[in-house]
Design a protein around this ligand. Sequence first.
Ligand code: 5GP
Length: 142
Amino acid sequence: MSLSAQYDPKNIFAKILSGDIPSVKVYEDERTLSFMDAFPQSKGHTLVIPKVPACNLFDIAQDDLQDLIVKTQTIGRAVRDALMPDGIRIAQFNGEPAGQTVFHIHFHVIPIWANATLGRHGGEMADINELNDLAAKIKAKL
Ligand code: 5GP
């Protein structure tokens, strides 16, 4: 999908927002949803998405983007406090050649442990019980 593509209201994250596809939620308010990545690159890999439809960083209104990055900081702090990783990668991709696979803007919050190898982007599906446990730990720090 190119940077100038139209927003597809049937994309996976739009379906998660509408409740058509289930997700393991960490946080929700009137503007934002955060949930566990189903194919995590590390334990605690969390996604933060706005409720407004926007494909990427360049489509979203600045006010919505400001809210999204502040919420990403809030979720990142909770991930830090819940899981105590050595580092946290915040990632965001725009367009297929840049690595974007779901065309609803989102920030990745990826905990990093110094001695652990990071999983592949969109690699193996996580165990649902483990995702529920991790989400409960993160929620407890919000
Ligand atoms: P992108 O590649 O667009 O930056 O990131 C999309 C992310 O969404 C990937 O990390 C991928 O693992 C995750 N993902 C893809 N499909 C689903 C899904 O159905 N549920 C959840 N929770 N995450 C998904």
